[in-house]
Design a protein around this ligand. Sequence first.
Ligand code: CP
Ligand code: NVA
Length: 310
Amino acid sequence: AVSLKGRDFIELSDYTPDEIRYLIDLAIDLKRKLKDGETYHPLKGKTLGMIFEKSSTRTRVSFEVGMYQLGGQALFLSRNDLQIGRGETVSDTAQTLSRYLDGMMIRTFAHRTVIELARAATVPVINGLTDLAHPCQVLADYQAVLEHKGRLEGVKIAYIGDGNNMVHSLLIGAAKLGMHMSVATPEGYEPDEDVVRMTKEYAAETGARIHVCRDPREAIEGADVVYTDVWASMGFEAEQKEREQAFASYQVNEELVSRAKSDFIFMHCLPAHRGEEVSEGIIDGDHSIIFDQAENRLHAQKAIMAAIMG
Ligand code: CP
Ligand code: NVA
């Protein structure tokens, strides 16, 4: 049996395929429990601290509601209100907060901040997004793929757009779960080389096929899942104009998706910019499952918290 008690959740690379699958199955079970009105309070009396150095709608609300549904409570801690904003070290913050809390979630810029926090903390730390990774989103997303496609292994995902935090976590998750993934990005916006290398090593073990290319039409050919994300992520807003030019031929629209499988599903982590990375017709059309993904953030994160903090 899988036990994840006391573990951090920083990137899917830290988890085995069985452990990831365990969390997805637990998320599906917690989703059913919630819909059936079953109470489940494994975290009664426990508190999660949520440190936010960037904005959030889904992550903040789903963690807070999720913690409440599991019988515990969550504290919203914004960078500006913490002494961290005035220069207290990440390590001192981690050691102090560990004396009050049963777990911490952090959304920040540099990935090393999360690593540093986890190293100094004596309670589990969850990555709620960094510039490098967004593993909570991917757990929820692959739960949604499983729900819609009935399987994960052998499913083909095409990611079109920026080689950002989303694509990194999607790649690692896909390779670990035996899903095939093709990524198309403009020149200069490729996914991180180390992540791609690591992903290919996992893929060799699971039979996943990982392909990184330039041409969106090549990437989307025969895809079961079409995924995109904003062209300018949080922290890159100043580059919006130059990115609009670089990504102009990378919009997921009616013409591009005609090359995907006829029953493809469209996915986006949200927030989205309609008319930029995706046409309105596709994101609001019949193939889109964006709000199932958003909903699953609640179930997937409850699974993570119950498993590591329970
Ligand atoms: N997808 C996601 O993480 O959304 P928020 O930025 O609203 O949390
Ligand atoms: N890539 C986006 C994801 C937001 C959930 C960002 O980092 O802003």
